[in-house]
Design a protein around this ligand. Sequence first.
Ligand code: UTP
Ligand code: MG
Length: 493
Amino acid sequence: MAPSPALPDPALVVLVGPSGAGKSTWAAARFRAEEIVSSDALRALVGSGPADLDASIDAFDLLERIVTARLSRRLTTVVDTLGTDADRRRRWLGLARDAGLACVVVVVDTPVAEARRRNGLRDRSVPAAVLAQQHRRHAQVVPALADEGWDLVVTVPGSGGDVGSGGSSTSSGDSLSTGADPPSSPASGERRSSQGLRIVLQLSRFPWGEDPRTWLRDVALAADDAGLAGIAVMDHLIQIPQVDRAWSPIPEPWVTLGLMAGLGTGLDLGTLVTPVTLRPAGVTAKAAATLSALTGGRTFLGLGAGWWEREHAAYGVPFPPARDRLDALEATIETVRALWGAGTRPYDGERVSLPETTCYPRPVAPIPVVVGGTGTRSLRVAATLGDAANVPSTLPALDDHLAVLRGHRRDVAVTVLDLPTIGTDRDDTWARVERLRGRSAAAAYAGRTHAGTPAQHRDRYAGLAERGVDTVFVALADLEGPDDLARVAPLAR
Ligand code: UTP
Ligand code: MG
């Protein structure tokens, strides 16, 4: 949720600047009202108004308590005072350090004449002598900041009409403008974002109400309109606790994908991931080959070893030990490839022998096998037998997984599953965090889901692209219907 690409988040942000410099205006354009702790606002709460200096002691008493409480919860806190008190700055810095938050000072610089002019326009202006004293003090404070141990000291101009513009270290603020982004190009066979990523919606929840067919159709059409590269459907028998309640609908994926195939979109369709325990390998090969025929070759197959014992027990499906399931993963990859191969001849492979490989309809294009899992052996299987390896997008674990995968095969294709909180702006993002976080602390949930605007997710995706990631599977914890694709669309541009 960084307020601008150059500012860390969550963070302690201490404003420094004389009266009328534009501190409150700068903060209000970038942060949620609840994130800004302002001595003037607190004076107004405990005194007669923002300029009630008699209320200062009470106001600062509250300010310190609020700053302490917020920082201890690792919540972004913008301290809006003149910022000239070194002891207070040191205390806030210490609290933020203890909480592991980034520490930023924002110096709001406005020419004295301009500050004086604005001061004159105010309802209750600061006496000229006081303002002059503030500017002298400000000039002394600014050089001292460099040695106080802040992670970042940013100077922003407090003047000029455009209060949304950035400063010397910040750029454009968290604008949702898409003007700089090239249009999506659905016509060009393979859909990639301007960052070079394939963005695929992973459908894991299905709040379709009374009309599953319409819901699925509208979500798929919206994903197609948004220029996404595809849709992946989760493959489980009971809704998993990480996503929703056990009694929430979780449809059989191949049937579901069949409906979507009938829509004639440009989306690639497949599963993420199909546990090899649920169906005999050949039946999975048959389903994927059929989908390939129905989509004109736009099909992929996600495969994993399976992990959720409960769904197996409930459906009377054997759930062998991990070692056997991983053996089955290897054998499944071999089997599906054998059945998708040309002709009908007998197959005698490393792990599998088949008397014939008669599989019609045949896939009309190669079906990439995306192997999911982060265990040592899953990663090896993915790199050596799969067409792509799917791992979580979370850093720094992703870098470890990439190193392991590339150790097995230098040019392995990597896809990631990303579980972002995407909000249209900072307020919307935070409202979503608050709604979704369950029993997690808000800051922890926001951090885990990289809560932010589409522009901020794009900044993060640039890092994924730099690491050589090919595809991002995006799953929204708050996907309700087709309208939610508007929040994903900017990622695909
Ligand atoms: P602020 O009220 O933001 O200043 O702007 P401040 O630094 O927080 O001041 P104190 O310390 O609380 O007194 C002061 C005036 O300047 C205008 C604002 O609308 C406000 O009336 N302003 C601010 C601009 O005209 N342009 C700007 O870029 C910023
Ligand atoms: Mg102010």
